[in-house]
Every structure is written in structure tokens, then in C-alpha cells.
Ligand binder design. Structure first.
Ligand SMILES: Cc1cc2nc3c(=O)[nH]c(=O)nc-3n(C[C@H](O)[C@H](O)[C@H](O)COP(=O)(O)OP(=O)(O)OC[C@H]3O[C@@H](n4cnc5c(N)ncnc54)[C@H](O)[C@@H]3O)c2cc1C
Length: 394
């Protein structure tokens, strides 16, 4: 019986497991290994319900062939919302947990699923064994690395206490928005100062109906960074900027893979800060909280330049954003040459045909590999590769 070990039970690992269970017609053993938040991962953990998805409900289905699935699930659960609402991330975690439980139930008898709540600390490549902190090692035929990125070390909601005192947040990206929204929800009354080198915060979504004109990009071949920039500049004169950015989304992976190292490096150095705040947008509700706090002087978002910054507050939260997973486990995989890190340290790439990466780990190869739309597709494709779906031709 084939055994597949999935390391990491966030969105990537969970949806790979779900598709494996759906695909399998023969006996299959799946080990789904998660040290913290099964079926939720870091993004959809049992967090404060005020923290919202940054994508609308009707776009967040976990299946690439049914993106409306999440919205229908919300309706089945009688959760009042419209298709364009931004739902709590905690609820999305409930959705994923239910998908996993359902898949396990429906594939019982065919697929053996063992959920292991432990940390994988090593991989014995010779014997294809996953080694754990406490669990006995398990032998597998294939390994899926679904271990995600690293959240800022000091980003822990339960440790942030409401109080009157001022707080400094280092970082002005999505994690900063989470912290500000959380502090607001627990009634924090002090001044919040968020700082970063450029002082730029994520911009907000806006709803456009289907009749609004959108740019059409015709990327059939690779295009230089310079070409793409000039196309984008041209489109910005004619279309709303959000539609210009969103129109690029289906092509980002193709463009990135066609750029040479110099172009990738230029993009990361000069354009990424601008890209990030336009591409990774926040809900209008979260933007309103930020704007309200700014207008009464309780939130200041500012640039601190390149010099040394000395926070003036006692409480300092580090919100540098997501970085490459550099756990001891990953270091060992690199040492053993089972995976390599790309030169920009964005992700890792497998060097053997029985180890597979998914989601944010593929950023070095694909760049756009962080969010649900990309990962739900990857999970489906990876499962089809590992356990091809049997197509019955009549
Ligand atoms: C705060 C936040 C909000 C987001 N909001 C949205 C959104 O609204 N819409 C959207 O499309 N995308 C969103 N994303 C992006 C996207 O959905 C996530 O990046 C995605 O969930 C990544 O899933 P993952 O499973 O690859 O990684 P993770 O969620 O990081 O899960 C990896 C899991 O692996 C486990 N793990 C790691 N190492 C080991 C080990 N050695 N042994 C055992 N377990 C291990 C970790 O505990 C973790 O649970 C958000 C991301 C974040 C961080």
C-alpha cells in the first residue's frame, strides 16, 4: 500500500490530503502531520473572529473547479453574509476542518488517514522515514512538504493585552493590520505607531461589477520586466489600478518564470514594496478601522528611513511579515541536499522525485504562490500526480 506523508496541515497540506482521498480508488495510507493547527495552519487558526479574510466569500472555495463552494457552505450553515463579504478567517478554518473530516469519512475503508500531532524534525532519506520530536518514525513512499512560511516571531495574539499604553509596531504590512484590528477589537485605547522603511500600508479592495472595463493582457510568450512595466503604465492611464493589478494575477507565474535573475532581483528590490501593497489588499472594514483610528490620532503609520530606530514605547510588536521557513528541519533538508533554497531565499525546491513542495514554499519558482487561488490548484495537481484519478471511459 502506498504511503504518503504530508508534513504540515495548513491549507496546503489539508487540501492535498482531501484530493488524495477523493482520487484514491485503491488502498492508500496518508499521514497528515501537524504540530499546531490542524486544517487551519497559520492563516486560519483559532484566532480572533474580528480578523477577516482578504478575499471575498464567493472567491474562497477550496476547490479550483468550484470556487463558489465556500459561499454555499456559509449559506448551508445559515451564516448571514453576501457573496462579496469578507468573512472571519476563523470561520474559514472551520470550513477547512469540515472538509477534512468529510473526506476522511467518505474515504474510510479505502484510505487510511493517520493524523499525527507532532513536529517532524528530520527526514531519513535512505529509509524514507520521517523522524518526529516524540512519535516513532514512519516510513513513507512520498513526502509532501506543506510547512508554509514563518510568521514574525513575536506575532502572537494571546500575548497582546488590552491596555491604555502606547504600542509601536515594526512593519506596516498585513500583519500590522491584523494587530491594529485586534487591538481595536479588545478595546485598546493607547496610541499605535506603525513604522517601516517606507511607511506604506496595504490598500483596500473595492467592488466592481462585471460591466466595468478591465484590461486584457495577452501574455503568450515571456516578456521582459521592462515590457511588463510599460504595459502596466499604459493600462493605468485607462483603467482603475485595482483592475490593472488583478488582470496581471493569472499571468504572474508565467512572467516570473520568464524573467532572468537580474529582472527578478530588480523586481524584488524596487517594485515589490509597491506590488505588495497593491496586490495584497485588505477588506473595506479593516481599512475603515485604520482610517478611523488615524483620524482621531490613535494610529500613525510612518516611514523611518534607513537610520537606527529607537521605539519610544515599552511595548514593541514585530510585524515584519512572512519570511522563509528556516526551521531546523528545513536546514537539515538543505544540508542533506534533498531540497535547495533559491538565491532570493523565497522558498525551497525539491531535489528528488519523492519529495514535493506546495504553496508558499514554491515562491522562488512561481512568485505568486501564497494565496488560496494558487494553492487550491496546486493541491489538486499534486494529488493527481501522486494518485492519478481514474477516469472511466464508457
Ligand atoms: C495571516 C494570514 C492571512 C491570510 N489570509 C488570506 C486570505 O484571506 N485569502 C487568501 O487567499 N490567502 C490568505 N492567506 C494566504 C494563504 O491562504 C496562506 O498562506 C495559506 O493558508 C498557506 O497555507 P500552508 O498550509 O502552505 O501554510 P501554513 O498555513 O503556514 O501551514 C503550514 C503548517 O505546517 C505546520 N508545520 C510546519 N513545520 C512543521 C513540521 N516540521 N512538523 C509538523 N508541522 C509543521 C505549521 O504548524 C503550519 O500549521 C493568508 C495568510 C496569512 C499568514
Amino acid at each position: 500500500m502506498k504511503a504518503i506523508g504530508i508534513v504540515g496541515g495548513g491549507f496546503s497540506g489539508t487540501m492535498t490530503a482531501v484530493w488524495l482521498m477523493k482520487n484514491s480508488t485503491e488502498k492508500l495510507q496518508i499521514y497528515l502531520i501537524e504540530k499546531d493547527h490542524l486544517a487551519r495552519g497559520q492563516a486560519y487558526a483559532d484566532i480572533d473572529p474580528h480578523l477577516l479574510l482578504n478575499v471575498r466569500a464567493d472567491q474562497m472555495g477550496a476547490f479550483p473547479d468550484d470556487i463558489g463552494h465556500f459561499y454555499r457552505w456559509l449559506q448551508d450553515k445559515k451564516i448571514e453574509c453576501s457573496a462579496s463579504d469578507f468573512i472571519s478567517r476563523k470561520i474559514y478554518g472551520d470550513y477547512l476542518s469540515e472538509l477534512l473530516a468529510k473526506a476522511i469519512k467518505e474515504s474510510a475503508g479505502r484510505v487510511l488517514v493517520e493524523i499525527i500531532k507532532d513536529q517532524v524534525i528530520d527526514l531519513d532519506a535512505e529509509n524514507k522515514k520521517l523522524v518526529f520530536e516524540t512519535h516513532t518514525p514512519i516510513q513513507v513512499d512520498e513526502v509532501v512538504l506543506a510547512i508554509g512560511l514563518k510568521l514574525p516571531a513575536e506575532f502572537n495574539f494571546t500575548e497582546i493585552k488590552a491596555g491604555p499604553g502606547p504600542i509601536t509596531i515594526i512593519g506596516t504590512g498585513l500583519s500590522m493590520v491584523d494587530v491594529v484590528v485586534y487591538l481595536h477589537s479588545i478595546g485598546h485605547q493607547g496610541k499605535i505607531t506603525a513604522v517601516s522603511r517606507r511607511g506604506r500600508a496595504p490598500l483596500a479592495h473595492q467592488f466592481y461589477d462585471a460591466t466595468v472595463a478591465r484590461p486584457v493582457y495577452d501574455f503568450t510568450k515571456t516578456h521582459s520586466l521592462r515590457d511588463v512595466l510599460s504595459m502596466v503604465r499604459g493600462n493605468l492611464k485607462r483603467f482603475e489600478w485595482r483592475l490593472v493589478i488583478d488582470g496581471l494575477r493569472p499571468h504572474t507565474q508565467l512572467l516570473w518564470s520568464g524573467w532572468n535573475l537580474k529582472e527578478r532581483s530588480q523586481f524584488l528590490r524596487y517594485l515589490r514594496p509597491i506590488w505588495d501593497i497593491h496586490r495584497h489588499r485588505i477588506s473595506s472594514q479593516h481599512q475603515k478601522i485604520l482610517n478611523d483610528l488615524k483620524s482621531i490620532g490613535r494610529l500613525e503609520i510612518k516611514a523611518i528611513g534607513f537610520g537606527n530606530f529607537q521605539p519610544e514605547t515599552q511595548i514593541v510588536m514585530k510585524c515584519h511579515g512572512l519570511t522563509q521557513n528556516k526551521s531546523d528541519f528545513v536546514k537539515k533538508l538543505i544540508e542533506k541536499k534533498l531540497v535547495t533554497a533559491d538565491c532570493f531565499q523565497l522558498g525551497i525546491e525539491s531535489q528528488t522525485n519523492w519529495i514535493h513542495t506546495i504553496g508558499p514554499l514554491k515562491r522562488g519558482q512561481l512568485w505568486e504562490s501564497l494565496a488560496v487561488p494558487e494553492i487550491r490548484k496546486q493541491a489538486h495537481e499534486l494529488a493527481n500526480h501522486l494518485v492519478p484519478k481514474l477516469v472511466v471511459v464508457l
